[in-house]
Design a protein around this ligand. Structure first.
Ligand SMILES: O=C(O)C(=O)Cc1ccccc1
Length: 312
């Protein structure tokens, strides 16, 4: 009998990205078929098209904020679902071809988020260098191995030095060594993973039409059910200038009564709500349940209403 085929995971590549390190924290990754993709869009399209069972992509950094392409890809197109989040310690190194010294570096390449997190170090140590943006930190390192390279150094993960046989000119060059990047595992829509007690729910709310208090109406649906938000940001929908949707993460699981009720409320007041999944929090922090918002209290209220309606 043929065995179960290994899971296939797409990720923002090439080999040696922080995203690959995030993917490798999944126990299933050890036996999986890992597929490096050159962009977040291609990694997510591999899942949409069925060539991969899941994709790991960066979504947010504690210093630089969200990764817009990831938020926009999840908000539009064929629906996808987040089933897991993870963080990995991010340390940046300055890599170059062996024999290069820091004085030779005229152009340095890296991912925009890495550039933002090393801005002060680069200004201090490479004041004459031009910073070039690449699709990933590992892509910047990989290009250094080619004859047609257009830069002299890359800001990458330390592991990229071994992958691409590069010299390490400096290590630990992040301006804020405690910065955290969050990555998500994305799959095709299906039943969410069961609640763990320390979960997060992600969604995108599309406003009906622009009017005073439109954002407040959205927030109200969460606040009145005691649902705590962990992130909210507006993103243009692309339909017209001034047309926005709200990308929201909140505490709790879609199976929790207060989260379910908030989602129903949003469904009533918004033009559209895209549920992006409920998944275990990377930090294991359980939400504080405010009085009147526990599952038992929602159930009790529903049972009371049923009794009123039946006259019992
Ligand atoms: O480019 C990479 O290596 C990535 O995985 C994206 C990224 C870039 C900077 C910090 C964290 C993740």
């Amino acid at each position: 009998m043929p065995g179960v085929p290994p899971a296939r995971y797409a990720y923002l590549g090439p080999e040696g990205t922080f995203t690959e390190q995030a993917l490798r924290t999944l126990p299933a990754a050890a036996k999986a078929d890992l597929q490096p993709c050159s962009t977040v869009t291609l990694a997510l399209d591999a899942v949409r098209g069925g060539e991969a069972d899941g994709a790991v992509v960066p979504i947010e950094n504690s210093v630089e904020g969200s990764v817009p392409v990831t938020l926009d890809e999840l908000a539009t197109g064929e629906p996808l679902m987040i089933t897991r989040e993870m963080t990995v310690p991010i340390a940046f190194s300055l890599l170059a071809r062996p024999g290069t010294s820091a004085d030779d570096v005229r152009r340095v390449a890296t991912h925009p988020h890495a550039a933002a997190q090393t801005r002060r170090w680069v200004a201090l140590h490479l004041p004459r260098a031009e910073v070039v943006h690449t699709s990933s930190t590992a892509q910047a390192a990989f290009m250094l191995t080619r004859e047609d390279r257009e830069w002299d150094a890359a800001i990458s993960a330390p592991v990229a030095a071994e992958h691409y046989r590069l010299a390490t000119l400096a290590t630990g060059i992040a301006d804020n060594p405690d910065a955290l990047t969050r990555f998500v595992l994305v799959s095709r829509p299906g039943p969410p993973p069961p609640p763990t007690g320390a979960d997060k729910t992600s969604l995108v709310a599309f406003m009906r039409e622009d009017h005073p208090g439109a954002l407040m109406e959205i927030l109200e649906q969460l606040a009145m059910r005691g649902v705590n938000m962990t992130r909210i940001e507006s993103r243009p929908t692309g339909a017209a200038l001034g047309n926005y949707c709200f990308s929201v993460d909140c505490e709790g699981h879609v199976d929790d009564a207060r989260v379910g009720e908030a989602l129903m409320g949003l469904r009533r007041v918004c033009a559209d709500v895209r549920f992006l999944g409920s998944y275990e929090r990377h930090d294991g922090i359980a939400p504080t349940i405010r009085p009147g918002t526990s599952d038992r209290e929602f159930l009790d209220a529903a049972a009371w209403l049923a009794r009123l309606r039946h006259g019992s």
